[in-house]
Design a protein around this ligand. Sequence first.
Ligand SMILES: [Zn+2]
Length: 152
Amino acid sequence: MNADRLTECPRCGSDACYSQEINDKITNHMCYGCGFQSNSLMKSNEEFLNEQIETLPELYKDLIYEDEEGKSWLPSTINLPKQGMVFANGSKVENWKWAAVKSIEVTEEEKEKYPIPNKKDQYYEHRMDMSTMKMFDERDFMEALSYIGVLP
Ligand SMILES: [Zn+2]
């Protein structure tokens, strides 16, 4: 099965939407133009979608976009412990932006502050450095990824 291809994003119209067939029922979509993602299970009334939505921050719920096929698109959350994270940030739909935060290595002196839950004497090697947080406009999702080093 070969299955990765670029398609047009129904939400923003860019052709930087990366579609990946997982199996004959599930295809994931990730648009690098607007940073939103969807998959073929994310249709209204599908239990899978409702379960996912329940755990989301309010802003993410408000930003859900439903395309013509009835698929729901959500803002991506990138969380890479060694590199950083990118997430939708803001108080409302009109003023949200992507927030990008770089991760840094935890030093020997501070490691006690970052224990791994339920693991004795084990500590995280990286932590998010909130002082590096930078905001990007919706269309600059790829720049946000570059900022944390995911894209060149
Ligand atoms: Zn898009």
